[in-house]
Design a binder for this molecule. Sequence first.
Ligand code: 3EB
Length: 333
Amino acid sequence: MTSTKKKNGTLCISYHDTSDPLALPDEHTLAVVSYGENSSIDAHDERRLTVGLPILHGSQTHEVWRSDQPIDAGWSGDISYRCTDKLLFGQVLLDDSEHVDMEGLTRHIYERILLLQKAKNYPHMLRIWNYFPSINRDANGLERYRSFCVGRHQAIDTSSGYEQHLPSASAIGTRCDKTLVYFLASRDPGVQIENPRQVSAFEYPDHYSPKSPAFSRAVLAQWNDSIHLYVSGTASIIGHETHHKHDYLRQLGECLNNIDALIRKSREETDSDIHSSADLSGIKVYLRHPEYLEHAMNYISDRLGDNTPVVYLRGDICRNDLLLEVEGLYSSC
Ligand code: 3EB
């Protein structure tokens, strides 16, 4: 479905196909996120970012971030940003390979982001996406995902109560040679939602990673004129353990069960009127193997119907036994 109506508000996030005029940046655009073989930021227009994951299927594959408020843009070191009176959208793209020190690279990125948040006064990180190469590869005796967790933990503020202020997140492995991180931070805090079916990631036992993964399961943001729910990358994890290790369809079912449980929790704890994963504005399904695509599409269509934009991407998941992961986003405008 293509819409030509220009949406306005503090922040609107919507999904569009390539031929839709809204997929082209204008003066209200904070970002247009697309997908392709390599992670990149358009040299002529920093609003256009490409995540280095091949699209397996999807039509409305351009995620468009817009605001009707005046936008200020700039660079802070490696970070390109756009901000309004309320929010800061930023992105950073750096050379990476399996030989790069992942812990140091991640620490650098997160420290620079925090400096920018402090300098511009957007203290609340709401949502962050991390895409880096060779996520499951060992380097210097530690899987790169775990080194990422260590570097992130070193950079963030871990003073008392920090676990209640973590953003929702995704961390997905690419097969390109750059690390791309993009994020949304705000002047006002969001509401953290944790999943009753899962141990919070920041409380995982040590054997998953020397430092726990610093993210919330979901964050709800109440803007003046809209409600957003940012659902983290969600896997087939119950408690803290992977379930259905060799069965990607059961893993997919469990991802959706987890997202539905999170959405229920968000309704209990806030004024949100989101009822199930079928109400989400957009869903991303990351598949470790392209062969899963057809069955995954049939399953999603049976469970959610065909009204929600879904993009299927080839990406690696942070635990070797996870075959896929699902994230979602709700934007009321
Ligand atoms: C999990 O639930 C699956 O480290 O930022 C999902 C989303 C996962 C974000 C992160 C990890 C992260 O543990 C993995």
